[in-house]
Design a protein around this ligand. Structure first.
Ligand SMILES: [Fe+2]
Ligand SMILES: [Fe+2]
Length: 276
């Protein structure tokens, strides 16, 4: 069997200027440093890394400069950045001029190859608002890219998930425009292996348009697991993590990886027998 293709997904980094705390309480930088170290410790080096938005906390130049410094240890691994509701498109492009795929159009959308996979990124940002939207211009672009990618395994990446999560305060700032149209489009393309999203700061999986849509945990703070419609908007320091999407030539196999250093590995067996 040929070696699988590994796409690592990080999301919702919320990097601030050095020394400044997010929400007056959390320094997100050391958490990203740990996530980057965890990615570098993976037994299988990723073929590419995608970060599905909320790269910074306020879209400021100093935040992106700090982010670039924190991501530098990833070296030459292809790295793809998507904006989230905490980002600022113009500043993002200005701060990452080498990232030419970010383009210069109205939206940050791109279609790149990761081995045999197509990674198609959608821009769900609504400037000045926390919720997401996919207008007809963005969806028309996707329709053309999906047409051009027929017969190839596709991963669609976007910040706001196109489904209800049952976390009320997050659904209030979810993808409020274009989710049904996106689902209809995805349904027409069974080669879409996954729709991968951020924004939720925790791992969620749903059936969507005949494929699987998912979100991923963040490297620092997670959104509280409270499925009451009126749940308070709050975060927690549950164990952080990221996703490893592996294409084996047949299927996309998605793992949830913990960020951090843990005990082990320890063997199950000794001299061919289970340790008693
Ligand atoms: Fe976020
Ligand atoms: Fe977000």
């Amino acid at each position: 069997m040929t070696r699988p293709t590994f796409l690592v997904q990080l999301t919702d980094l919320h990097i601030r200027e050095p020394g400044r705390l997010a929400y007056g309480r959390i320094d997100t930088a050391p958490y990203l440093r740990e996530a980057v170290a965890s990615v570098l410790r993976l037994r299988q080096a990723p073929d590419a890394i995608v970060i599905t938005g909320d790269l910074s906390d306020f879209g400021r130049e100093a935040e992106y400069a700090h982010l670039a410094e924190l991501l530098a240890p990833l070296g030459a691994t292809p790295l793809y950045l998507l904006p989230g509701n905490h980002d600022e498109r113009v500043q993002l492009r200005r701060s990452f001029p080498m990232h030419t795929y970010l383009g210069d159009g109205e939206f940050v959308q791109f279609n790149v190859a990761v081995g045999p996979l197509r990674l198609i990124a959608l821009d769900t940002v609504t400037p000045g608002a926390s919720h997401g939207s996919l207008c007809s211009r963005r969806l028309d672009w996707l329709a053309r890219e999906l047409e051009a990618s027929r017969g190839q395994p596709v991963v669609i990446a976007m910040h706001h998930p196109p489904f209800r999560t049952l976390i009320g305060h997050m659904d209030d700032i979810g993808l409020l425009e274009g989710a049904a149209e996106l689902e209809a489009l995805v349904r027409q393309h069974p080669n879409v292996e996954r729709v991968i999203c951020g924004h939720l700061h925790r791992a969620i999986d749903v059936r969507f348009g005949g494929t699987v849509a998912s979100t991923a945990p963040a490297p620092a703070h997670q959104v509280c697991l409270d499925l009451a419609p009126d749940a308070p908007s709050a975060w927690t320091l549950e164990p952080p993590g990221f996703r490893v999407h592996a294409w084996d030539g047949q299927r996309l196999v998605t793992h949830l990886a913990a960020s951090g250093v843990f005990e082990g590995p320890y063997p199950f067996h000794d001299n061919g027998a289970l340790i008693d």
